[in-house]
Design a protein around this ligand. Structure first.
Ligand code: GDP
Ligand code: MG
Length: 440
């Protein structure tokens, strides 16, 4: 009997489940090489996230309220009003939660915020609202960025670490500037130079509150200042698009001659990007997973290369020590045979023991120094390991991955090189096969 026609085919796994499976397949290799996945879990079929960043009072919360329509959800004000990361989700029963209770309400992948400690967890807030926009997107408001001069004010948690973590997971990141601080806020500049590097494809720069300018000249000066500051913060030759926006219904600058018509169109563009964030979620996840697995492959290949070099040095040190020990034993034996049990024999025995001990220390120190040397020359190891790919000139992404992998690998080799395996073929080959299948 033909059973194929009676048994329906099992449902195809969703892309998110496919990603989870991929991570599960390579988790053992990552653990073996002490590699931490950047995005180790993907909550199946969760909505896309849009993260709002910017200095305080740049208009993040006002923009969110504008998107949500109806009663204000977020507090707004000139003074810093908010020090929380607020996740605004859809739900029929409107409610708020703070701290651990809020974290519980978030999808699995966001629960890792717990790793940033209690100071952050107390600043995690969830607001469930029954608004149409939220059926397609989760909005994430953030504490206002502060100035470099205010660096001494500690936030009590790794702010840039959290920004990086959220940038990894979110699908669209809106970085807002306003006329008062056109790209001069220390933390905003630092964020673009640091945690947001590698996420520029999902970053949108917004110059907000453009209705505050009294004239075109006034606006041009501030816009010029913003471009100047961005040029120092962004690693591009070309300036990315800047969305000049304002929210309707605010106090327009008195006697302003600036035509706001074009700014309306740009605001609408930002709003439609937010509303269609779902379209980019699958791509973002694919990029994130490829990046993560490529970094793992690089981590493993370079770690193995160095671990093997150190193992060779270790084996030659052991061989030297074994040779030296044999030599001393032979000398001890000859002396004992010639002089019998005498003071001289005891002296030679003690001396050979001491010299053997010193030799052991010297050889051990030599191995350690050799390792330090290899860590200092990590870049050379990378170029030698990836010589073939780099010489073809088709893999620009490799340098990007290396910038992410290098610092982690350096720390790991120094601290735990003995824990790393010397040989590991099967799992690495499987990872490479998966990478070539998903497209590097
Ligand atoms: N003129 C004008 N004011 C705005 C605009 N957007 C926000 N504001 C005002 O700027 C202040 C700070 O806004 P808020 O949303 O709290 O900024 P946040 O700190 O970035 O969340 C509030 O008084 C808002 O009313 C805008 O487009 N134009
Ligand atoms: Mg705010």
């Amino acid at each position: 009997m033909d059973t194929t026609s009676t048994n329906p085919a099992p449902p195809a796994p969703s892309p998110d489940e496919g990603v989870q499976r991929l991570y599960a397949r390579h988790r053992a290799l990552a653990d073996r090489f002490c590699y931490t996945f950047r995005r180790s879990t993907v909550s199946p079929n969760s909505l896309p996230y849009v993260l709002f960043l910017g200095n305080h009072s740049s208009g993040k919360s006002s923009f969110i309220n504008y998107l949500l329509e109806g009663n204000s959800v977020q507090d707004v004000g000139i003074a810093p009003t908010d020090d929380a990361f607020t996740f605004i989700l859809h739900g029929e029963n409107e409610r708020d939660a703070v701290g651990p209770a809020a974290l519980e309400m978030l999808p699995e992948e966001l629960k890792q915020l717990n790793n940033f400690g209690p100071e952050l967890v107390q600043r995690v807030r969830v607001k469930v609202r029954n608004r149409d926009v939220l059926k397609n997107v989760v909005l994430v408001d953030s504490p206002g960025m502060i100035d470099a001069s205010e660096k001494s004010i500690s936030r009590g948690y790794d702010f840039f670490g959290v920004i990086k973590f959220l940038a990894e997971i979110t699908d669209l990141v809106l970085m807002m500037f306003d006329p008062d601080k056109p790209g001069t806020t220390g933390e905003a500049v630092e964020a673009m130079k640091g945690p947001l590097t590698g996420f520029f494809f999902k970053l949108r720069l917004i110059f907000n509150k453009c209705d505050r300018f009294s004239s075109m000249y006034d606006y041009a000066r501030a816009y010029g200042a913003l471009c100047w500051n961005l040029a120092h913060a962004l690693p591009f030759k070309d300036l990315p698009k800047i969305y000049n926006c304002y929210l309707p219904g605010r106090a327009h600058a008195e006697g302003s001659t600036l035509d706001l018509h074009d700014f309306d169109a740009l605001r609408d563009e930002v709003v439609s990007e937010i509303k269609s964030a779902n379209a980019r979620r699958a791509d973002n996840i694919k990029v994130a997973v490829n990046k993560d697995l490529s970094c793992l492959e690089m981590h493993v290949r370079v770690a193995l290369r160095i671990r093997r070099a150190v193992a060779r040095r270790q084996w030659s040190a052991r061989a030297m020590f074994a040779g030296g020990t044999l030599l001393f034993l032979a000398a001890d034996f000859l002396v004992a045979k010639a002089c019998g049990f005498s003071l001289l024999t005891l002296g030679v025995l003690a001396l050979s023991g001491l010299v053997g001990f010193a030799l052991f220390g010297i050889l051990r120190h030599g191995v350690r120094r050799f390792l330090e040397q290899q860590v200092a020359e990590l870049d050379r190891h990378f170029t030698e390991e990836y010589n073939r790919e780099l010489s073809l000139g088709t893999r620009d992404d490799l340098h990007q991955y290396w910038a992410l992998t290098q610092p982690v690998l350096a720390g790991l080799l120094r601290a735990r090189w003995r824990d790393l395996p010397v040989f590991h073929w099967g799992a690495l080959t499987r990872l490479q096969r998966d990478l070539s299948r998903t497209g590097k």
